[in-house]
Design a protein around this ligand. Structure first.
Ligand SMILES: C[S@@+](CC[C@H](N)C(=O)[O-])C[C@H]1O[C@@H](n2cnc3c(N)ncnc32)[C@H](O)[C@@H]1O
Length: 227
């Protein structure tokens, strides 16, 4: 998979990429992730990427010309252009799975009050990472890139690990424990220590159900309906 990210703050992205699963995906040749500096597509003397809003009011607006130029330069027939924005469809694990099967993602990062509204004509999808406001699209781009890359077969070396994570089967994942068996009087459930894999799987399934019921009753109700 190829991921191109267009931003006016490339340094925010490179440090995360170089210290995360994305670097492993890149080293294994499974993910080709590139960060592009938006100013490289500006043409004016000041290399401006933003301007004041028509109609007045606080905040600056990201200009459409350099972004559209960048998209056009990077786009191929396999590309899906994503604009992470609060007005997009709220992101979830199902969408992450869907995106992980694509060949090429182009992600554009907004800033200030956002991107000129005409950008909607040049993107394929708008995705929100939740009902809160980030300062810029870089964190959202990293949420998308990270959650998608870890689903590409071979990126995570523990085979099947991602498949048992929360949301994959509609439930939250169970609790896990490691040594010591007792910490400050808190013991690991006995069943996890005795090596009976049938009993361990049963405990995990029950813990996952109980945890979902308590922490995310909305998910639990949905799960019960389809089971
Ligand atoms: C300060 S925000 C702009 C907020 C915009 N004026 C609004 O209220 O909807 C700047 C940029 O951060 C990104 N952003 C902020 N919150 C986001 C969210 N919940 N999901 C995805 N992207 C977000 C978008 O790229 C956005 O253009």
């Amino acid at each position: 998979m190829k991921i191109d990210i267009i931003t006016c703050l490339p340094e925010l992205l490179t440090s995360y990429i170089d210290g995360s699963m994305l670097k492993i995906g890149r080293e294994k040749g499974l993910v080709d992730i590139r960060v592009h500096y938006l100013r490289d597509w500006t043409t004016d003397k000041h290399r401006s990427t933003d301007d004041s809003p028509y109609g007045g009011g606080p905040g600056m607006i990201m200009k459409i010309e350099p972004l559209v130029k960048a998209i056009r330069d990077l786009k191929t027939e396999d590309s899906v252009v994503i604009y992470p924005a609060p007005s997009g469809v709220v992101y979830d694990q199902k969408t992450a799975r869907e995106l992980s099967e694509l060949k090429h993602l182009i992600i554009i990062c907004g800033h200030y009050k956002g991107i000129d509204g005409r950008i909607e004509n040049f993107v394929d999808r708008m995705i929100s990472v939740g009902d809160y406001i980030l300062t810029g699209g870089e964190l959202a781009a990293m949420i998308l890139a990270d959650s998608v890359c870890r689903l590409i077969p071979g990126v995570i070396s523990d085979i099947g690990s991602a498949d048992t994570d929360s949301f994959e089967n509609g439930l939250l994942d169970c609790d896990y424990f490691t040594k010591p068996p007792v910490f400050e009087g808190l013991a690991v459930p006995e069943v996890l220590i005795n090596g009976n894999h049938k009993a361990i799987n049963e405990w995990r399934k029950n813990d996952s159900l109980e945890k979902t019921k308590t922490s995310r009753p909305d998910l639990y109700e949905k799960y019960k309906k389809i089971k």
